[in-house]
Design a protein around this ligand. Sequence first.
Ligand SMILES: NC(=O)C1=CN([C@@H]2O[C@H](COP(=O)(O)OP(=O)(O)OC[C@H]3O[C@@H](n4cnc5c(N)ncnc54)[C@H](OP(=O)(O)O)[C@@H]3O)[C@@H](O)[C@H]2O)C=CC1
Ligand SMILES: O=C1OC[C@@H](O)[C@H](O)[C@H]1O
Length: 286
Amino acid sequence: MASNDFPILRWGIVGTGVISSWFVTDLSLDRPDRKANHIIQAIGSSSIEKGTTFMDNNIGKNLKRPTVYGSYQELFADTNVDIVYIGTPHAFHNQNCLDAIRAGKHVLCEKPFAINARETKEVFEEAKQKGVFIMEAMWTRFFPLVQKLRELIHSEKAIGDVQRVFCDFSMPMGIASLPASSRLKNPALGAGSLLDIGIYSLTWVLLALEGEFSHDTPDVTANQRLEDGVDMATSALLLYEDGRQGIATCSTLSKTPSTFCRIEGSKVSSKWMELRPRHPLLLQSK
Ligand SMILES: NC(=O)C1=CN([C@@H]2O[C@H](COP(=O)(O)OP(=O)(O)OC[C@H]3O[C@@H](n4cnc5c(N)ncnc54)[C@H](OP(=O)(O)O)[C@@H]3O)[C@@H](O)[C@H]2O)C=CC1
Ligand SMILES: O=C1OC[C@@H](O)[C@H](O)[C@H]1O
């Protein structure tokens, strides 16, 4: 199919922080394997000035100028917007998603999708009712490393049946010295290690322990270290009925070693897998 025949997706960007700038930059890249032509159609911000600065800094000069709105509601009402990308702090994802869906927009919402299960269900039900697409922007799931991992452990069964997975995502964030308004420090914005980075550990654990369309529900036990109502560290244990175990940890005080994940299978005495960000996959034998 020639690129002119690809469907056109007109994006509305909600929130003009760090991740939104990365997202529009990446979306504007000329990818040879793309399946759609993407247009940044509109930007929704808390102010026109902020939205305009974001546009000037992040939309290439050769690209069409998006419409800049000084409110999110105006963006949702724009009939030229097909799909909304939500790049706001955690606590607003639920309301931003609901507002976008009620305006008939498809939605790609940054991680964590919501701050609890109740909010998540509410958004999915609304999307279903409106017949729109909804997805969490968990880009990890699309890494080439993940595709390779799936092939090896689920299709080729390179380590037998996966039985146990350890994963950690920790990075020192200096929370104590951040301003009280920071989304990493303010509980009202959904701050905390679990929602900010722990969901990556959980994602790897689930990717490794479960096949693509698994509906298994593990028992989960978790512990958190709180400071001023914000979790600095979380440890979660997942136990499935058949004995599979997941150990997912995260911390905003420590640093993950270069090997962030270890996957053990039924061939555990001879082989396991270690994942490293810069070394796609290391399969070790003993
Ligand atoms: N996938 C990834 O690798 C990453 C994902 N993230 C996720 O992206 C989301 C946003 O994070 P990030 O870009 O770092 O956050 P920023 O603080 O940099 O930006 C958030 C934006 O949200 C808008 N906003 C609306 N209400 C508020 C409020 N009360 N306080 C602060 N900002 C507000 C603001 O835009 P405006 O004023 O224009 O409305 C602000 O610029 C989070 O869900 C985070 O977990 C973050 C980093 C990496
Ligand atoms: O998703 C993320 O990954 C990197 C972290 O720095 C950031 O706080 C988090 O939101």
